[in-house]
Ligand binder design. Structure first.
Ligand code: GUN
Ligand code: ZN
Length: 438
């Protein structure tokens, strides 16, 4: 017997639509039913086929006009940067120095870290995001705060302490050895504690000494199921500085590869200015990219070429990240819209299946959690978002003339925001329900 049943339209990706036809990559059930037991999906399919399995005492929530999707997965986000979202007038290196580093310095205070962590996870949920890969600061208190907030909601978050031992204000720097010791203690405390997963997080080559990158590599070999997150090739001045700091390496990607940080367990934010040789190494090693379009537009970093990253000859696994606070929205719908516009400027149009793939299954694959979340399937965790295509007068009018599900989903991702998130379920629990609009 299920302990909860959800009825509505069901839409889920089951494969990568960049690599095969959209029609073979997605499943749609106009009137579907999801049965949930012990936080997992026990069965799903047509309402007519499954209705008999719902006993009279099982709560059944019906969303007649809505579409149920797997919860969104944000592949790259910084929780200590929430407060500085939308900060004016600087490109990457100046933006970091002017806004980001001072904001991050406040997270040695556990009270501040706790307040922002609570706000942050609630903001994820009201945007329909049920899993994310989160950068903290170099202060261990920031890592405790985010895992505690996630654990209170039984959310699957990956998070890690920022490793950074040079070229930033002393207040947010660690040392190579301290970053190793702190990370190790946090791994022991949080990795696979509930749904939490620790992710080794050297900020980027510019703020790590060779010794620190070496120790990040040591952590990756000591723990065979740990993931790693970092940044690469976001901004041209950053790329030039990386070459100055590591002159003996062939290119930016080679810096990370040299220290054992380029493999199938690693995900790098941005990758806008990677060369063909570097993209090839990403493909060959299985390293992933987190595409963060709202941030790339806002910080003026450049136009990521998604068609090039997904080229059939050497495809790379790409997830979608908001990169808040360089990114300008928690909404994965708005992030999909900006990914679409960025691709348009490169001369290609990402279709609805590809966009929703990036925001769900693609990000889950990029983070190594696609065996648990990112799709609607039996045995998967019941992380589910309820999308309301009639959420606003404009959306309702647009929906009247939509002739296909693809058209409707596309218009939603272009025009909708958090108002279209009717409900968010985490491991089968209703954690966000939109207040009545209008
Ligand atoms: N590169 C290194 N650190 C950061 C960061 O915090 N945000 C962004 N957008 N890029 C980075
Ligand atoms: Zn980032």
């Amino acid at each position: 017997m299920p302990d909860l049943a959800l009825r509505g339209g069901l839409y889920t990706l089951i494969d990568d639509p960049f690599l095969q036809p959209a029609a073979d990559s997605a499943l749609y059930e106009p009137d579907g039913l999801i049965l949930i037991r012990d936080g997992r999906i026990s069965a799903l399919g047509a309402y007519s086929a499954l209705r008999d399995r719902v006993g009279a005492d099982v709560p059944l929530r019906h969303y007649p006009d809505a579409i149920l999707l797997p919860g969104f997965v944000d592949a790259h986000i910084h929780f200590p940067q929430v407060e500085i979202i939308g900060s004016y007038g600087a490109q990457l290196l100046e933006w970091l120095n002017t806004y980001t580093f001072p904001a991050e310095a406040k997270f040695t205070d556990p009270q501040h870290a706790g307040r922002i962590a609570e706000f942050f996870v609630d903001e994820l949920l009201l945007n329909g995001t049920t899993a994310a890969s989160v950068f903290c600061t170099s202060a261990p208190a920031s890592v405790d705060a985010i895992f505690e907030a996630a654990q209170r909601r039984n959310m699957l978050l990956l998070a890690g302490k920022m490793m950074m031992d040079r070229h930033a204000p002393p207040a947010i720097l660690d040392s190579a050895q301290a970053s190793y010791d702190d990370s190790k203690a946090l791994i022991e405390r949080w990795h696979r504690n509930g749904r939490g997963r620790y992710t080794v997080s050297p900020r980027f080559a510019l703020t790590s000494s060779p010794r620190q990158l070496e120790l990040a590599g040591a952590l990756m070999s000591e723990y065979s199921d740990l993931r790693l997150q970092s940044h690469i090739s976001e901004n041209r001045a950053e790329v030039a500085r990386a070459a100055e700091l590591y002159p003996e390496r062939a290119h930016y990607t080679d810096i990370y590869e040299h220290y054992g940080l380029l493999n199938e367990r690693a995900i790098y934010g941005h990758g806008i200015h990677l060369s063909e040789a570097e993209l090839r190494r990403f493909h060959e090693t299985g390293a992933k990219i987190a595409h963060c379009p709202t941030s790339n537009f806002f910080i003026g970093s450049g136009l990521f070429d998604i068609a090039r990253a997904k080229a059939a000859s050497r495809p790379i696994v790409v997830g979608l990240g908001t990169d808040v606070g360089g990114g300008t929205s928690f909404s994965m719908l708005q992030t999909m819209a900006e990914a679409y516009k960025m691709a348009q400027l490169r001369g290609i149009s990402i279709n609805a299946a590809q966009s929703y793939y990036l925001a769900t299954l693609g990000s889950a694959e990029a983070l190594g959690i696609a065996d648990r979340v990112g799709k609607l399937a039996p045995g998967y965790d019941a992380d589910i978002v309820v999308l309301d295509p009639l959420a606003t007068p404009l959306l309702a009018l647009r929906a009247e003339v939509a002739e296909s599900l693809e058209e409707l989903l596309f218009a939603l991702m272009i025009c909708a925001d958090d108002r279209a998130i009717q409900a968010t379920y985490v491991a089968g629990e209703l954690l966000h329900e939109r207040r009545k609009p209008r």
